[in-house]
Ligand binder design. Structure first.
Ligand SMILES: NC(=O)c1ccc[n+]([C@@H]2O[C@H](COP(=O)([O-])OP(=O)(O)OC[C@H]3O[C@@H](n4cnc5c(N)ncnc54)[C@H](O)[C@@H]3O)[C@@H](O)[C@H]2O)c1
Length: 269
């Protein structure tokens, strides 16, 4: 049976860890040729090797999503190797936590924006022309539940993810108006058990918590389904948006959050 993204060429940023890694693995299993990019030059090549060994098709390219120069080179490399790009997943992101916004430096604010928002802007600016030449495709932007609801202590993160949400809708409208066959959607994970929770920087002032946050513990209290999500559970939603199964879906937002956005429940003990 053909895979759900058989024969498609897909680029996944932040593809070396967590949700990105799960997307890269799932896309490769479903028949895509995957380009995983990341600043992590240890995990990225290992992932590509693992996939190739299992019979899939994946390569790793080092990339800091904030560098426009690197974006130009990455897209040129994809055009040279494959001559097309069908799927873009703008997934790379970080979260800087400070208990109060008054403790956030302008430098931290800018760093948060540079990766989560500038990086997504650059991905679309530089990938769209190749995707249009390909004749259509799907762009998936990784937002967050924090892009739909307030997130105290993560206000700068939340601002970037809210920005990603409306950026996705606006690009969806631009693509629809252009009639280029490119669909654009955002994904909004809740609390997902990935390495991001263990490495949340606390800002230059050091005013944040130093102890790593345990996503499972947090999700048990905050999530109606009573547990943290798994990276693979986000990847399957991204696969849907990337594949032709969602061919009538654009400008939409897929919330995968164990029910958090819907409301609160009191679970039976
Ligand atoms: N884990 C969660 O609970 C959760 C919830 C909502 C949204 N998200 C979003 O999902 C995305 C993936 O997060 P994750 O949980 O898998 O975290 P993760 O830390 O496991 O993975 C993020 C990856 O992005 C890479 N990265 C960081 N800065 C980069 C840069 N400048 N250029 C290129 N790559 C860079 C990291 O090296 C890492 O491999 C992020 O955008 C995050 O905001 C995560």
């Amino acid at each position: 049976m053909a895979g759900q993204v058989e024969g498609k060429v897909a680029l996944v940023t932040g593809g070396a860890s967590g949700i990105g890694e799960a997307i890269v693995e799932l896309f490769a299993r479903e028949g895509a040729t995957v380009i995983a990019t990341d600043i992590d030059e240890l995990r990225g090549p290992e992932l590509a090797k693992r996939i190739t060994k299992a019979g899939g098709q994946a390569i790793f390219l080092e990339q800091d999503v904030t560098s426009e120069e690197r974006w130009i080179k990455i897209v040129a490399e994809i055009a040279k190797r494959y001559g097309r790009l069908d799927i873009l997943v703008s997934n790379a992101g970080i979260g800087i936590a400070v208990p109060s916004i008054v403790d956030m430096t302008l430098g931290d604010w800018r760093k948060q924006n540079a990766i989560n928002l500038d990086g997504v802007f650059l991905s679309v600016k530089h990938c769209l022309p190749l995707m249009r030449k390909t004749g259509g495709g799907s762009i998936v932007m990784m937002s967050s539940l924090a892009g739909l609801r307030g997130a105290p202590g993560l206000s700068a993160y939340s601002a970037t993810k809210g920005g990603v949400r409306l950026f996705a809708k606006s690009i969806a409208m631009e693509c629809a108006a252009a009639g280029d066959g490119i669909r654009v959607n955002s994904v909004h994970p809740g609390i997902i058990d990935t390495p991001i929770w263990g490495k949340i920087p606390t800002g230059a002032t050091g005013a944040g918590q130093n102890a790593p946050i345990d996503p499972e513990e947090r999700a048990r209290v905050a999530t109606p389904l009573g547990r943290a999500g798994q990276a693979a559970e986000i990847a399957s939603g991204v696969l849907y948006l990337a594949s032709d199964a969602s061919r009538y879906v654009t400008g939409s937002e897929l919330v995968i959050d164990g029910g958090m956005n819907a409301g609160g429940v009191q679970r039976r003990a």
